[in-house]
Design a protein around this ligand. Sequence first.
Ligand code: FAD
Length: 302
Amino acid sequence: AFDVLVVGGGPAGASAAIYAARKGIRTGVVAERFGGQVQDTMGIENFITTKYTEGPKLAASLEEHVRDYEVDIMDSMRAKSLEKKDLFELELENGATLKSKTVVLSTGARWRNIGVPGEAEFKNKGVAYCPHCDGPIFEGKDVAVIGGGNSGIEAAIDLAGIVKHVTVLEFLPELKADKVLQERVYSLPNVTVITNARTSEIYGDQKVQGLRYVDRETEEEHSIELAGVFVQIGLVPNTEWLEDTVERSKFGEIIVDKRGSTNIPGVFAAGDCTDSAYKQIIISMGSGATAALGAFDHLIRN
Ligand code: FAD
């Protein structure tokens, strides 16, 4: 059996595995895809100490660093359920069961897609999901934000300080964001809000050149020329498989305390799958370290 079994091999899981292995305890990592969301990222400019890197490169060094330690990496394996018996038992989709004294859950999250033509094609070529990450790429250019909830409006306010102009497209007749955010966004001279707008296509050549939307009231189609489209319609944590085993928020995020502990003693969580305030690589790595140290602390006390 493992002392610490990490589920997920993104920045949070890799960091948890290294911190656990450095304590000389039996550590395993199960990951569907090692590297996680980092594998889907083009340029990364906010990973402190590294002015610029690319996702696949950072993912490869994450794996290389983990492999430097005695960590059992089980890549391309998906966890199916977690049960507490004598030890924790993690059942995998392939039928195998892994046993461990403690578990660190770090299964990350995924951005909800709008699913229109051009979205997948122009991902990282103008279609973006993270304003903190990709905002500066569009300095001085026109962009759209799809989604008028809190994350969409926060993104629009953030981007308005960097880009030339922001168009917010909301599907419903009104914005869903908090009142203070709405007031702030409406006060900005370089933001236009369009409600009742159903985005129908993102178009371009090598890169995004614009988008088309249908006014849901008149059924008329419009197009806007743009360099970038930020899709902000929600981040979904990869926690469905946990069902009722650990406590989750109404958004499905695993609830953790400052040591990364969940409501089940011995089960810790880190990164984008938790209710942490912000979702970034550096933040996930920090919380992975916290969860592993929390797990080690649990082991020496029990
Ligand atoms: P993830 O990276 O999501 O990793 C989750 C891991 O769990 C993966 O290995 C996955 O395969 C695995 N997994 C999921 N479910 C299961 C299961 N059931 N069983 C086994 N394994 C499972 N952040 C920045 O700081 N800077 C940036 O520039 C930046 N750009 C981004 C660009 C894009 C396009 C995206 C999508 C995100 C970007 N982010 C950026 C956010 C950053 O990638 C995430 O915050 C970070 O990867 C979260 O790390 P994580 O380890 O918590 O989760």
